[in-house]
Design a protein around this ligand. Structure first.
Ligand SMILES: Cc1ncc(COP(=O)(O)O)c(C=O)c1O
Length: 469
């Protein structure tokens, strides 16, 4: 007998990545008992080789010591202000110094003037997604978000929490979401009686689609967004995990139109995921009830102050430390000229891994262009692998078989297609796998060797499963 009658509640569906994670230990044991090595091509986590916190902890401490020294207090009985503040309640905006540092460095990197007073700290990009959804769900009217097919599972999951929210998805080609379909979906969603506040996308290193939107496509999508009066929520976790030469990097929507964009920055990939640092930034204006004009950032701040309310000042100060470097004379700290040197530390591993993945696929499967295709990611952690010809269905059974019989952990794509995309095409994603090259348990030479072995095992497996071996 239940303690609470709650028949109005339903269990949220479990995402395929969670299902995989849950079934992995059993499958792994099975694979190992079959004498197989486990090959990681599934996890989307930052690599341990570039997320060793020890150097960061020293840097953070030295930065805090520097701030304490700058206060110039000589009385040991008085707690330095920076320490007191770091362990106290802050307000919803977090420390001003962190926002100022981030605005200066990020603004310089992307050629935008960022107003630190409009930067809203979030609990990673996940918190940014939650904040922007909850803001527009508040009125309680049917709300439709436009997104890509496929789209980020964390976004779909968040939208699933709200009964009056739905996703209208837009199919993509190799340059990004298709502008005509984008416009058509906005209009359809409105015709169906929805309020359509934004289009959510991941234009750089799209997770899970494994490519970046072209510059031209961004402009086209932006033009549609402006004409139709919807915002673009730009989720940018991989903006610095970028493999394109600097001159060829596409501009984020943030740089193209800060007044039409809600930009979600996260410290998870450029720094560390654990501290959960992120920022929402927008210069959009909203016309709200009573015809009043308010900035989106003000609305987001009010929303956040009823939600997270207090930021974690220590995590934000840690991120602020990352934005500073030691002065050449070793005496103090100065603001970094940009975040690219930090990115380069990470890119050393990801660039190499990406090349191993692409070379391995080309070597193993390059002679079968009529059977297989894969994306060349310009940013991010993933390539999407497609089986052509309809012989293989990448359903749960297939993916579990890859673990049990080949030791290969990969993620099927079908679950990343929003419901309406699957209604349009029941087979959507059932010919695709998401292969990640960001994570392995090993480091250095062992990492290279393990990834090469993983890609080679993958090529052998898909050839066999496609009847080509
Ligand atoms: C597209 C996308 N958005 C958001 C996130 C979550 O980021 P955070 O750790 O900042 O919450 C991820 C993480 O993999 C992601 O790929």
């Amino acid at each position: 007998m239940a303690n609470l009658e709650a028949s109005n509640l339903t269990l949220q569906p479990v995402s395929v990545t969670r299902k995989m994670a849950a079934s992995l230990p059993g499958l792994r044991d099975l694979a190992i008992s079959n004498g197989l090595k486990i090959h990681h091509l599934g996890a989307g986590y930052p690599h341990p080789e570039v997320t060793d916190p020890r150097g960061f902890l020293q840097h953070h401490q030295a930065y805090i010591d520097h701030l304490i020294a700058e206060e110039g207090l000589n009385d040991p009985a008085v707690v330095p202000e920076v320490l007191r503040e770091t362990f106290s309640y802050t307000d919803t905006l977090g420390p001003q110094t962190t926002r100022q540092a981030f605005a200066a460095v990020y603004g310089r990197d992307w050629g935008v003037g960022i107003d630190p007073e409009q930067l809203i700290p979030t609990v990673g990009a996940t918190g940014g997604i939650n904040l922007i959804c909850s803001l527009f769900e508040r009125p309680g009217v049917p709300v439709a978000y436009i997104s890509d097919a496929p789209t980020y599972a964390g976004f779909t999951a968040r939208v699933g929490l709200c009964r009056h929210a739905s996703i209208y998805s837009v199919d993509m080609d190799e340059e990004g979401a298709k502008p005509d379909l984008f416009r058509a979906q906005i209009r359809q969603a409105r015709a169906d009686g929805n309020f359509v506040p934004f289009y959510y996308t991941v234009p750089d290193g799209h997770n899970p689609a494994g490519f970046s939107f072209s510059q031209a496509r961004r402009q086209e999508l932006l033009a549609v967004a402006r004409e139709e009066g919807v915002l673009i929520v730009e989720d940018a976790p991989y903006i610095y995990i970028n493999y394109a030469p600097p001159a060829e990097r596409a501009q984020p929507f943030l740089a193209l139109a800060p007044d039409q964009t809600v930009h979600l920055f996260t410290g998870s990939k450029i720094g560390f995921p654990g501290p959960r640092v992120g920022f929402l930034y927008s210069e959009a204006q909203l016309s709200i009830a009573g015809g009043e004009q308010v900035s989106l950032s003000q609305m987001a701040l009010t929303e956040a102050s009823s939600d997270v309310l207090f930021q974690n000042p220590q995590a934000l100060r840690g991120f602020e430390a990352l934005l500073h470097e030691r002065q050449e004379d070793g005496q103090g700290f100065v603001l970094r000229g940009g975040m690219w040197p930090l990115a380069e530390e990470k890119l050393k591993v990801y660039r190499e891994n990406r090349q191993i993945m692409l070379d391995g696929l080309q070597d193993g499967l390059g002679q079968y262009p009529q059977h297989f295709r894969w994306t060349t990611p310009q940013a991010g952690f993933f390539t999407v692998f497609t089986f052509l010809g309809g012989k293989v269905s990448t359903d749960d059974d297939f993916v579990q078989k890859l673990v049990a019989e080949y030791g290969l952990v990969v993620i099927p794509m079908y679950d990343f297609y929003p419901q309406d995309a699957r209604a349009r095409d029941a087979a959507a994603g059932f010919d695709q796998l998401r292969l990640s090259f960001c994570f392995s348990e090993s480091t250095g030479e062992a990492r290279r060797r393990d990834l090469k072995e993983a890609v080679s095992a993958f090529c052998a497996a898909v050839k066999k499963e496609s009847g080509l071996a």
